[in-house]
Design a protein around this ligand. Structure first.
Ligand SMILES: *Cc1c(COP(=O)(O)O)cnc(C)c1O
Length: 220
C-alpha cells in the first residue's frame, strides 16, 4: 500500500466531524507531501527543527500541529510555524507561548495534554488537574484553550486504551459543561495507529496517525 492509499482508506473510515492528523516524525518532506496530496489537512510534528524542514517544502497549504514535548527555548520558533500546540501542560509553558505570540501579534490555539495513564515520567497533567490549569491560563490574551489531547499508555492491546480515553472524554465534557470564560472546548485529540478505532468510539474528534499512513518507523 502506498501512502496515498493509506490516507484515502483512513479518510473513508472516518465519521463526519473527525479530523485526521498525520503524525510525521522522522518522515521525509516528500512523504508528507504525498499524504497531503491524498487529502491530509493537518500535519503533526514532535520536533521544531524537523518541522522547519518539512515546512519549507510543504508550506502553509496544511495546518501544522505541535504534538511533542515543547521546550521553552523552542517556543519562539514554534510560534512561527505552528497553527496549534496540542501539548500544553504547565502555566510556565502557556505563559511563554503567550509572550511569544504577543510579540508576533497572533493568538495560538492550544490543547491541554492529559497524562491519562498517570505515568510518572510522562508529559501532561493528571486528569483531575486539567480544569485548574485551564482556569490559570485562560486569562492569557494570546493563547486560546480549545480542548484536550492524550496519549494513554503505549503498548498493550488497543482495547487497553479504552479506560484512559473514557476518562479524558469525561474530563473534556465536564469542563465543556462548566463553560469557562475564553475557552472553547472543541477538540479532543486521542488515538494513534493501534488505538484510533477505540478512540473514535470514545469520542475523539482528532486522531493522530503515523505508521498506518507512512509505514513502520525505523526506530522510536
Ligand atoms: C508518533 C505519534 C503519534 C502516531 O503514532 P503511530 O503509532 O505511528 O500512529 C501520535 N501522537 C503522538 C504524540 C506521536 O508522537
Amino acid at each position: 500500500m502506498t501512502i496515498k492509499q493509506n490516507v484515502r482508506q483512513i479518510l473513508n473510515e472516518l465519521p463526519a466531524g473527525v479530523q485526521l492528523l498525520a503524525a510525521a516524525k522522522t518522515r521525509e518532506p516528500r512523504e508528507i507531501l504525498e499524504a497531503v496530496e491524498a487529502g491530509v489537512r493537518i500535519v503533526g510534528q514532535n520536533y521544531v527543527q524537523e518541522a522547519e524542514k518539512a515546512y519549507q517544502v510543504v508550506g502553509g497549504r496544511v495546518e501544522w500541529h505541535f504534538i511533542g514535548h515543547l521546550q521553552k527555548n523552542k517556543v519562539k520558533k514554534a510560534v512561527d510555524i505552528f497553527d496549534m500546540i496540542e501539548t500544553v501542560d504547565s502555566t510556565e509553558l502557556a505563559a511563554e507561548i503567550d509572550k511569544r505570540c504577543a510579540q508576533a501579534g497572533r493568538t495560538m490555539p492550544v490543547l491541554i495534554e492529559v497524562n491519562s495513564g498517570r505515568e510518572e515520567q510522562k508529559a501532561g497533567v493528571y486528569p483531575e488537574d486539567a480544569e485548574r490549569l485551564i482556569g490559570e491560563i485562560s486569562t492569557l490574551k494570546n493563547i486560546r484553550v480549545m480542548g484536550l489531547m492524550t496519549m494513554g499508555p503505549l503498548g498493550g492491546r488497543p482495547e487497553d486504551s479504552r479506560p484512559y480515553f473514557k476518562e479524558t472524554k469525561r474530563v473534556f465534557e465536564r469542563i465543556r459543561a462548566s463553560n469557562p470564560p475564553n475557552v472553547e472546548m472543541k477538540y479532543l485529540s486521542m488515538g494513534m495507529t493501534d488505538s484510533y478505532r477505540i478512540a473514535l468510539e470514545e469520542g475523539a474528534n482528532v486522531i493522530r496517525i503515523g505508521s498506518r499512513i507512512f509505514g513502520e518507523r525505523a526506530q522510536g
